[in-house]
Design a protein around this ligand. Structure first.
Ligand code: SF4
Length: 762
């Protein structure tokens, strides 16, 4: 029973050290950090074997982000980054969480640890059960666990009282089986981590270009004249992207960076693979626009207005009229809408000088092949969909899409989040997909759309949903409004977590809870027909195989597909699917994927091609026929309407350099000079003066939303290079401040980058 466990990281400080933020990224320090993690977690011998197979064509895919590997030769020594090495070190750690561990540590006690300490406990070795009103988990057999889930699910009044969450690490094969089981059970309640990250990108790109995925390939970075990186911090979240940017620079490309923070990874990069660069590194950004939080539409609209002015002054000098005529729709409305705004009214929202924006506009006007890259800095706002559509407006005016070196690049943060969506993990499935499932598996698929993440939390809070099943992830720490979400989970009769490592979601549970420990991406997966491989899809739409090489850390683990089969067999006596047969040989699962999902012809043959295969991408092929108009759509977008009152600040939650999603590798944020502390609030010096705050003063943060207040206590003030009235904090520590209803229009993504706060000195 977790009534009294901590849903939030403990409010205790860890002894901060502040250093000047470095001027360069990666280099020897990244190598040292990666090897230290490997040595400490795994040991040198096994660690070297592990790294030798990471992102290699015969090896396993990095369980970190979804940045692609080169199509051709992979780097012999290291086809991975510092954070990729940390990700596999965490998974292959020698630390184990055994039944004895659980017998000697109550859930209450464990919940008083920090997320870092909980995670360092290690890999879970046995299925575990937390009985109602129990204080400690106890070991349970797989069969009893599956039966318990089956009984609970079948005891519900409706399948819609169950929630089936997916985290983006789940392989294609597991994701396909999982959605099939959930739909045969009778619901579309399939929220996933994409709902919290790139859902806004999917909505905007599907509407404007006819596909919810990015259009560029890795190779395109070698042909771009201009790369614009907006609302993204690749140095920490997609580190190998820096190599692609460096190559682009070497080929004469230009880079514009748009971000409230001067993220060092985008300023100077020392390629760890090139010792000659370990001294000076390569400067990346040519123009840095330090925009205010949520000032993106205002900034992009000024650029559009300046492009329009230039085009009117010298016709055909800016707009690609041939592309616009042949491929687009809606230009007139866009141009009319631009006249509804003045640059003077838009400029204050950006926090920038007009001259800076004019420089950016000149770079856009004078270059043909432009790539826009973005991440959460654009997708987690109330007007997030507007942000991304405005980006597309600029590309369409230039005709900079559907050709080499040009297009859209939403960089996915989880290794297979895009693959999971392709496999049907979506609460709003297409009717054609459900038709295919019905034809192939002879069952009636549910047609009513299900809950996304925010809706799922509200449904559990209202006791409309009573069972939560998490395929991977750390739901309580990844989601907004921590105490509200905790109450929602505690309302459930049963919560189930399929996991590799211990995390806080095992400590904030329903009345009963189960932990089902699964194989990691690095581990061998042996089934009846022998050793198996799985497949994943990266940010550029390349589907490729991943095969674990390590002996599993425990003989009591099951693969994700085997766990789905176990639950399905225990829940559905008369299923039309032979689950046990499908998991005996994953080729059979891929045959079913081929039979029900377009573009997977000869799946088993093509996935065995070293490096895998590209899924078709209409936008990449300059074909926009899937949109409502059959053309690429210009769109009308709205700048932020948020007005801060006096003494209010805009807060965005961010990651440290020692963090991957909710996994905390360490307590340092090396790239920002903040060491050994996570309870910090980054503030502009003038704002500190306005509140008589000194460096390292202890403060309490309060968020304000619809007359509601939420508090997070005990944060240290850190003076930082951030625009006035803007602040930054780390998640999950600050997630308690993000209101559940503070979300993006249309995509329903939690607006974790637009939270209004006040700051009170202790
Ligand atoms: S860039 Fe992303 S996918 Fe590549 S090694 Fe690093 S974390 Fe892993």
């Amino acid at each position: 029973m977790s009534k009294n466990t901590n849903a939030q990281p403990p409010n205790k400080l860890t002894g901060i050290k502040l250093k000047e933020a470095p001027k360069t990224s990666a280099g020897i320090k990244a190598i040292r950090s990666a090897l230290t993690h490997i040595k400490d977690e795994v040991g040198v011998g096994k660690g070297i074997q592990l790294l030798a197979n990471l992102n290699q064509k015969n090896g396993f895919d990095c369980p970190g982000c979804a940045w692609p590997d080169p199509d051709d030769k992979r780097a012999f020594l290291a086809e991975y980054c510092e954070n990729g090495a940390k990700a596999v070190a965490e998974e292959a750690t020698k630390n184990k969480v055994t039944p004895l561990f659980f017998a000697t540590h109550s859930v209450k006690e464990l919940s008083e640890l920090s997320d870092y300490e909980i995670g360092k406990s290690g890999r879970i070795t046995h299925p575990m059960y937390l009985a109602e009103d129990a204080t400690h988990y106890q070991e349970i057999s797989w069969n009893d666990a599956f039966q318990m889930i089956g009984n609970e699910l079948n005891g519900l009044n409706s399948p819609d009282e169950a929630i089936f969450y997916t985290s983006g690490r789940t392989s294609n094969e597991a994701a396909f089986l999982y959605q099939l089981f959930v739909r045969q059970f009778g619901t579309n309640n399939l929220p996933d981590c994409s709902n919290m990250c790139h859902e806004s990108s999917g909505v905007a790109l599907s509407e404007t270009l006819g596909i919810g995925k990015g259009s560029v390939t890795l190779e395109d970075f070698n042909h771009a004249d201009l790369v614009i990186v907006i609302g993204q911090n690749p140095g920490t979240n997609h580190p190998r992207m820096l190599s692609a940017l460096e190559k682009n620079k070497k080929k004469g490309g230009k880079i514009i960076t748009i971000n409230p923070l001067p993220e060092v990874g985008l300023m100077n990069f020392k390629d760890p693979q090139n010792p000659l660069q370990w001294i000076n590194g390569e400067d990346l950004t040519d123009l840095f626009l330090q925009v205010k939080i949520n000032g993106d539409v205002a900034l992009l609209k000024i650029i559009l207005k300046l492009m329009k002015e230039q085009e009117e002054a010298s016709p055909n000098a800016v707009f690609n009229h041939q592309f616009i005529k042949e491929k687009t729709s809606g230009l007139e409305n866009l141009l009319k809408d631009l006249d509804n705004y003045t640059i003077d009214e838009l400029l204050p929202q950006t926090g920038l000088e007009l001259s800076e924006i004019q420089k950016a506009t000149a770079l856009i006007i004078n270059n043909e092949n432009i790539i826009f890259c973005w991440a959460m800095g654009l997708t987690q706002h109330k007007n997030a969909v507007d942000n991304i559509r405005e980006v597309v407006n600029i590309l369409l005016l230039k005709g900079s899409i559907g050709k080499k070196g040009a297009g859209t690049c939403p960089v996915r943060g989880h290794s297979n989040v895009q693959g999971d969506r392709t496999m049907g993990i979506w609460e709003r499935p297409k009717a054609s997909f459900l038709d295919n499932l019905e034809n192939e598996f002879h069952f009636k698929a549910p047609r009513k759309h299900g809950y996304d993440v925010v809706d799922a939390i509200e449904a559990m809070h209202l006791k409309k949903a009573k069972v939560f099943f998490g395929m991977g992830g750390n739901f309580i720490s990844a989601t907004p409004d921590t105490e509200f979400t905790a109450e929602a989970l505690r309302n459930c009769y049963l919560t189930v977590q399929v996991s590799t490592k211990l995390n806080r979601s095992h400590l904030v549970t329903g009345k009963k809870a189960l932990i089902l420990p699964c194989l990691g991406r690095t581990e061998k997966d042996i089934q009846v027909s022998g050793e198996q491989f799985v497949s994943v899809e990266n940010s550029m739409g390349v589907v490729h195989q991943s095969k674990g090489t390590l002996k599993p850390c425990s003989e009591h683990l099951l693969s994700e597909p085997a766990i789905v089969a176990g639950v399905a067999n225990a829940t559905m006596n008369n299923s039309t699917t032979n689950w046990t047969e499908l998991i005996a040989n994953y080729d059979l699962i891929r045959d079913k994927i081929e039979a029900t999902i377009p573009d997977f012809e000869d799946y088993n043959k093509r996935v065995r091609i070293k490096g895998g295969f590209y899924l078709p991408n209409n936008a990449r092929e300059n074909d926009f026929t899937p949109t409502k108009t059959g053309k690429a759509n210009f769109s009308i977008n709205t700048p932020s309407k948020i007005k801060l009152k006096k003494s209010q600040f805009m807060m965005m939650t961010i990651r440290t350099h020692d963090q991957y999603n909710t996994t905390i590798y360490g307590l340092d944020d090396r790239y920002r000079g903040i060491l050994n502390e996570r309870r910090v609030v980054l503030m502009n010096k003038e704002d500190m003066n306005s509140l008589n705050l000194e460096k390292l003063d202890l403060v309490d943060l309060t968020s304000h939303f619809n007359n509601e207040k939420r508090e997070a206590k005990g944060f240290l003030v850190v003076p930082y290079d951030i625009p006035k009235h803007c602040t930054a904090t780390y998640f999950p520590e600050a997630n308690v401040l993000v209101p559940i209803k503070n979300k993006a229009d249309i995509s329903n993504t939690p607006a974790s980058k637009t939270v209004i706060i006040t700051i009170k000195k202790r």
